[in-house]
Design a protein around this ligand. Structure first.
Ligand SMILES: [Zn+2]
Length: 256
């Protein structure tokens, strides 16, 4: 599969809905960008998911105009280049997220379909955080329990019924691109599951939402870090730059 690269936005692999030239190239050519293109431009410069508030701030900083927040929210939610990353948060394909889903249960369906095996709620949750999603585990469990296309095969494992296609989730415009996305999800989730098992065997205990071993995955939930000072977070085993960016991200996303 060909990789579409772009040096201007630093992208090695454009998402299935992203077109070339990207907004970074368009802006460099002096084209004026609308809300959605400007949002993608800002996300192209981000290290991970941003809140709508941060996207709005980024647009003002880069282009000198302030988009009306409710219109920006609608533009970003409707633009398939923007990947939903949790409540009020968006990123791009290059950040590891899946194009299409706008809610937790749809992400879980793709994870289950890509993995093609039964997974526990703990595994699904860990894998989704590893992909970059931010959420509370209980919200995911509630969504799994309500979704009829996801079957509970034992009291704690779930499987996605393959007779119910996920074609209503607009992951990609073509089958080839769809398969490329699902393959990346499969590889990423497989790695996450190996890591999940390693941590479980290390502690010999189950993992709770607030366990630091649980939260030092790719994207910890906001709550446990909220009251921790930077030094406490570092003490719990996280690199200072990573801890600092998480603290910043947590503070910013609170406003949305
Ligand atoms: Zn680009």
């Amino acid at each position: 599969m060909s990789l579409r690269t772009c040096t201007l936005c630093g992208c090695g692999d454009l998402g299935p809905w992203e077109a070339s030239p990207c907004p970074s190239v368009l802006a460099a050519r002096g084209k004026s960008l609308g809300n959605a293109d400007a949002a993608v431009y800002v996300l192209e410069r981000a290290d991970g998911p941003l809140s709508i508030y941060d996207i709005q701030r980024g647009i003002t900083r880069n282009f000198g105009w302030e988009p009306y927040r409710p219109s920006l929210t609608v533009s970003v939610a409707n633009d398939l280049r923007c990947c939903w990353a949790g409540k009020g948060l968006y990123a791009l394909y290059r950040h590891g997220l899946i194009p299409g889903p706008r809610k937790l249960v749809d992400v879980a369906k793709i994870v289950l379909q890509a993995q093609d095996t039964e997974l526990t709620a703990d595994e699904i949750s860990f894998a989704m955080r590893h992909l970059g999603y931010r959420f509370q585990k209980q919200s995911l469990i509630n969504a799994l329990l309500k979704e009829r296309s996801i079957e509970r095969v034992a009291w704690r494992t779930w499987v996605f019924g393959t007779d119910r296609p996920i074609s209503n989730i607009r992951v990609a415009p073509t089958v080839t691109k769809f398969e490329r996305v699902v393959e990346r999800v499969r590889q990423s989730v497989s790695l996450a599951l190996v890591e999940h098992r390693r941590r479980l065997s290390r502690t010999g205990l189950g993992l709770a939402d607030t366990d630091s071993i649980y939260t030092d995955g790719s994207q910890p939930p906001a709550e446990p870090w909220r009251d921790a000072s930077l030094s406490e977070v570092v003490e719990r085993g996280m690199a200072p730059e990573r801890a600092r960016s998480l603290c910043d991200a947590t503070c910013d996303s609170d406003r949305d």
